[in-house]
Design a protein around this ligand. Structure first.
Ligand SMILES: NC(=O)c1ccc[n+]([C@@H]2O[C@H](COP(=O)([O-])OP(=O)(O)OC[C@H]3O[C@@H](n4cnc5c(N)ncnc54)[C@H](OP(=O)(O)O)[C@@H]3O)[C@@H](O)[C@H]2O)c1
Length: 387
């Protein structure tokens, strides 16, 4: 494998750390161009020093002085603010790992796409918000989107592009999250601590809550639609509590091809970092005999309405996926802050979607305006809840 220069957007998060762990184990294969964070200055500076990054960026400009101080004498350039984030993405790295959480990662990811980089895409919200824009930019700039999300990575590994005509469906598996067996009444009482305690995966707080509401799977249906150019009705969801079968592709001859592995993001990240080759990942090896059996069940859209909302937003198109995502981000934050009850997350997303304009945004600016408007509306609903 030829040595690759990597920029890591969101270096201090769960995906960021897993990526740095792989890079640390393969110092000959990778070098770091830029690392970014929102406000975790200490961790960012420590990683920038350890990996000899050329640039470190904090998105929250209030932390610029602290970052400069933490990098003093290291030779690492410090920068801050949302524009600096975009500049980091424009730097000449071969690979940009998009691991910021939420729509906050959209502009930087898009900047990397526009200059034709190879993108390791974890930041699904960027694609959910701006799917048509992003895919057009991929086409124009010659970028390559490699899906890091474990389900999409699984599909990418078994999706035979040359046999696209024979692909009948893809099946995204979902653990069902910590409340898979809860009644609606039980879900009304759950706490943020319960919601972020995912049964199989160690992840950041936002995606953990999204897994608990199953909004995560809804966002993934939208993500899969853009990544694999498949209509919504060919994208199925299947509950698989053990998170061993990461997703499947169904072919016309009845074959169902899957990718399996232990639930550890370092497998899909290693796949993307070394693609089209394969590198060693320090993950536990799957022992199917020890697992004994694998369980599957259909999803329940009544207890988990987020899935239905995401499908409806995808079908309606325009700014609706971005509006759904923005409302969800606000509602998740409000839930984590103890301001609203768990079932209100999907309910607020639905209330905001009901007021969504039908016009499709023509530009990134229009899309960002729709995102801001949806956030204000969602915040209004949070406040009405008394939070
Ligand atoms: N974790 C997983 O296993 C997993 C699996 C599949 C997909 N994903 C996707 O990967 C993305 C990252 O997830 P995660 O779990 O790694 O999240 P996380 O642990 O919360 O980390 C988020 C990263 O983004 C940075 N960040 C947060 N807000 C920002 C902002 N406004 N501007 C710039 N940077 C910001 C954070 O910096 P600070 O540390 O300074 O706050 C941190 O580096 C999400 O889109 C998620 O859906 C994650």
């Amino acid at each position: 494998m030829t040595r690759r220069r990597v920029t890591l957007l969101g270096a201090t998060g769960s995906i960021g750390r897993s990526t740095l762990d792989l890079i640390a184990r393969n110092p000959k294969a990778f070098e770091i161009e830029a690392l970014t964070a929102h406000s975790s200055v200490r961790e960012l500076a420590a990683s920038a020093r350890e990996f000899g990054a050329r640039l470190a960026v904090v998105a929250d400009a209030a932390h610029y002085e602290a970052l400069k101080e933490a990098l003093a004498g290291s030779g690492v350039e410090a920068a801050a603010g949302p524009e600096a984030l975009v500049e980091a993405a424009k730097r000449p790295a071969d690979t940009v790992v998009a691991a910021i959480v939420g729509a906050a990662g959209l502009e930087a990811t898009l900047a990397a796409v526009r200059r034709g980089a190879t993108i390791v895409l974890a930041n699904k919200e960027a694609l959910v918000c701006a799917g048509p824009l992003m895919m057009a930019a991929v086409e124009e700039g010659g970028a390559r989107l490699l899906p890091a999300d474990s389900e999409h990575n699984a599909i990418f590994q078994v999706f035979e592009e040359a046999q696209r005509h024979a692909i009948e469906r893809i099946i995204l598996t979902a653990s069902g999250g910590p409340f898979r067996t809860f009644s609606l009444e039980q879900m009304a009482q759950v706490t943020p601590a319960q919601a972020i305690a995912h049964p199989n995966w160690q992840m950041g707080a936002k995606i953990s809550v999204d897994s608990a509401t199953m909004m995560n799977k809804g966002l993934e249906v939208i993500e899969a639609h853009y990544l694999f150019a498949l209509p919504e009705e060919k994208i199925e969801v299947l509950i698989h509590p053990q998170s061993v079968v990461h997703s499947l592709v169904g072919y016309a001859d009845g074959s169902l091809l899957a990718q399996l592995g232990v639930p550890d993001m370092r497998t899909p990240l290693a796949y993307c970092l070394s693609w089209p080759e394969r590198m060693v990942a320090p993950v536990e090896r799957l022992d199917l005999a020890a697992i004994g059996h694998l369980a599957f069940e259909p999803p329940d859209e009544e207890r988990f309405p987020a899935l239905r909302l995401a499908r409806a937003a995808l079908r309606a198109g325009g700014a609706r996926p971005a509006i759904l995502n923005a409302a969800n981000e606000v509602a998740v934050e409000a839930f984590l802050a103890g301001r609203i009850a768990f079932p209100r997350i999907a309910a607020i997303a639905e209330e905001v979607l009901a007021c969504a304009p039908s016009a499709a945004p023509d530009s990134l600016d229009e899309l960002l305006a729709a995102d801001r408007h949806a956030r204000r509306l969602a915040m209004h609903h949070v406040e009405q809840d008394g939070g």
